[in-house]
Design a protein around this ligand. Structure first.
Ligand code: ADP
Length: 303
């Protein structure tokens, strides 16, 4: 079982021939809404990858909140821990031009109100094999969830996104850190080109690190001296948005299915499967809509 404590946003996406300058109004083309937020995306990724998955989060009491809840339910995520709070749901205003250049403004809305984790949430967290966290809900909430997981023997996987330097009180509770190269540099405070250098710097902070490398796959290092380099399946990438969420969700599932044991075989298998999930996501256009089902992950994994 996997539990995510994190964010959910509705992405409000307009395509436009060109992005407006400050003060300018431009005529856009298509408008669509897409459920997003790193927390919800990773919960959907885990559920589609075949795990029982709980989501602990918050939506507003507006229409968007209902859409976000329905989207999670539709992907098979257990939403007993999803609160509805007064006010607006989290939204991301996104404009995208023809060169795929974008601007994005995120209003956290209800995500900022996720400060009231209770005994039910604690039971959900300690009943899971893996707790998956990101940094789009208040930091004290992330720390509390990680603390309960640690006390209850649940593995804590932190995807440090959006990238930020992390306080020691959180780092001390992380079992596995999952980052891309940009996030790695910010968390480590090191600007290195070599994955090995980033891994070394991060191992000073946490016991195990997964570094995602886009089309180059992923690298892993831990304090026992295990180092792995896992290639990604070769695919025609159409849109890599949410590939990181697909990877992280599948990694948590792979690990949970192997009982949370941390040895070379289980880590290698979980990472290979996660790379297949990331690659399957990159093959499809869209963000959360592109998160792959288990069959699609297995097909690439076994190819
Ligand atoms: P993020 O989306 O967070 O920046 P990455 O770009 O590193 O993360 O992608 C996450 C994972 O998705 C990679 O580790 C890889 O397994 C897979 N992936 C991403 N882009 C591609 C690609 N072009 N081809 C194959 N796999 C990809």
């Amino acid at each position: 079982r996997v539990v995510v404590v994190g964010s959910t946003n509705l992405d409000l996406v307009v395509t436009t021939p060109q992005l407006p300058k400050p003060g300018e109004t431009v005529l856009g083309e298509n408008f669509r809404t897409v459920p997003g937020g790193k927390g919800a995306n990773q919960a959907v990724a885990a559920a589609r990858a075949g795990a029982a998955c709980d989501f602990v989060g918050a939506v507003g009491d507006d229409d968007f909140g209902g859409q976000l809840r329905a989207s999670l339910v539709g992907s098979g995520v257990d939403v007993r821990g999803l609160r509805t709070v007064p006010g607006a749901s989290g939204v991301a205003l996104i404009a995208v031009d023809r060169a795929a250049e974008n601007f994005i403004v995120v209003a956290p809305g209800a995500n900022a109100a996720l400060t009231d984790l209770d005994a039910d949430d604690r039971a959900t967290i300690t009943g899971a094999d893996v707790l998956l966290l990101q940094l789009e809900v208040p930091l004290p909430t992330v720390v509390r969830a990680a603390d309960w997981a640690r006390a209850g023997g649940t593995t804590v996987v932190l995807n440090a996104a959006p990238a930020a330097p992390l306080p020691a009180e959180l780092l001390d509770l992380v079992d596995v850190l999952v980052v891309n190269e940009h996030e790695a540099a910010i968390v480590a405070g090191v600007f290195a080109d070599e994955p090995a250098e980033l891994l070394d710097a991060l191992l000073e902070l946490v016991p195990r690190v997964v570094l995602t490398l886009g089309a180059r796959g992923a690298a892993y290092a831990d304090r026992r001296g295990l180092r792995l380099s896992i290639p990604a399946p070769v695919v025609e990438a159409v849109d890599t948005t949410a590939a990181g969420d697909a990877f992280t969700g599948a990694f948590a599932v792979g690990w949970a299915e192997r009982g949370g044991a941390l040895n070379e075989d289980t880590v290698t298998a979980s990472l290979r499967w996660a790379c297949a999930a990331g690659a399957a996501c990159a093959q499809r256009p869209g963000a959360s809509t592109a998160l792959p089902e288990r069959a699609a992950i297995d097909a690439l994994h076994d190819a």
